[in-house]
Ligand binder design. Sequence first.
Ligand code: AMP
Ligand code: MG
Length: 480
Amino acid sequence: MIGFRFDNTYTSLPAPFYAHCNPEEVSAPEVVILNEALAGSMGLEFDDVGEVQLAALLAGNELPEGATPFSQAYAGHQFGHFTMLGDGRAHMMGEHLMPDGQRVDIQYKGSGRTPYSRRGDGRAALGPMLREYIISESLAAMGIPTSRSLAVVSTGEMVMREEALEGAILTRVASSHIRVGTFEYASDPENTVPLQSLLDYTIDRHYPELLSAENRALALLERVVERQCSLIVHWMRVGFIHGVMNTDNFTLSGESIDFGPCAFLDTYNPAQVFSSIDQQGRYAFANQPNIAHWNLARLAEALLPLIDSDREEAIRLAEQTIHQFPSLYQQEWGNMMRAKLGLGSIRDGDEQLIIDLLSWMHEKHADYTNTFQDLMELPDLATYQDEGFRNWYDRYQRRQDSDELSESESRELMRRSNPAVIPRNHQVERALQAAQTGDLAPLHLLLEALKNPYDLPEEMRAFQATPPMTERVYQTYCGT
Ligand code: AMP
Ligand code: MG
């Protein structure tokens, strides 16, 4: 007994929300990596399953006991343009009940064609699936809401992209896959039945405290504004760039999801973009809060028919809620940056102090993660010799002296707010390249280093190093 406890509720939604379909068989699946810690917390036990059977199971050649696979329909704004989408290369094995009662989706990604595949092949390549594994597990270790990765199997088949690549399937675990795009898909002013069922379903699954709200649609919108705001502030704290914040990759649960050309900042640059397909910088680092605001406005639009039967009034109420985002974000971002600096109280001039540090970092191409690490020690003045920094540091010290936190409280706050280690792009590339030649040791070592980001063991210090010039990563690929 592996311990799957499937209990699907999503398929109680009206028919157009999903389609039953099975994964397409692959020729020679092999397990590349299995997340035993996550399996354990999910109440799953694979010890008695032989390697061949495990691979067959995680590739979808054999269905997990109790699974009735389906794919989800959704729409979405991709780079600003509305499109009908749906899981084109993903199969939901089902909703699994964890030992603590929590309900999670278990989804295979790269598992073959579905009714929503359009012209796609339904497949994924090994590199991007391992990238998603590394990034999602790293975010989770940082305490940031995210989907998780249970396993990656290679398929034994090649997928044709710009070149032929080894195929792979990722097992993704998420608190749900309900997206802003799912609401866009359901929204129809002429027929509000599907939208109403999706709204009720989402509240029941994620926000049961809103069941008795007077205006459910508005209450849900308000809650998602809060959750997404808090998520983006986390991303900004650790220097994470999602890369494709399309509305179909933007969840109602407030979890990070769908990692494509994502990456972490090395040197601080607010305009940083890694994605090869983001020519305009729409999803640049510092633009993420603006895009979150924009995506939330798309959610508000989709919800309009249920906010009020009078459209004018619905728009007025929706705008009121959405307009709270910028000030909420500004406030939470300020608190987060203060925490990174070990400051416990709010004072006039804090924002300028923060902005001046960021401007200095930008100008000097300072490393985002390591600068905050250095601030936790007395910065070694050899590397921080320039006058601009010294002036800023004097101001910072005066500000710290007058703060309500003691020195040890302040250091503890900084330690908890500043990851010592992030999945640096050059390290990720190294691990992925080695894995593609069958050497999994660098992948496992990197994952080990990322496990304790706020408490990095001494022997893992090498992972703090910035990339040598020859290994700088300028672009990541979407891998679809
Ligand atoms: P993503 O950028 O990964 O979020 O994908 C956007 C949309 O394209 C989703 O609806 C995916 O299911 C679909 N898609 C991406 N790659 C493929 C593929 N190889 N085959 C079929 N559909 C795909
Ligand atoms: Mg997606």
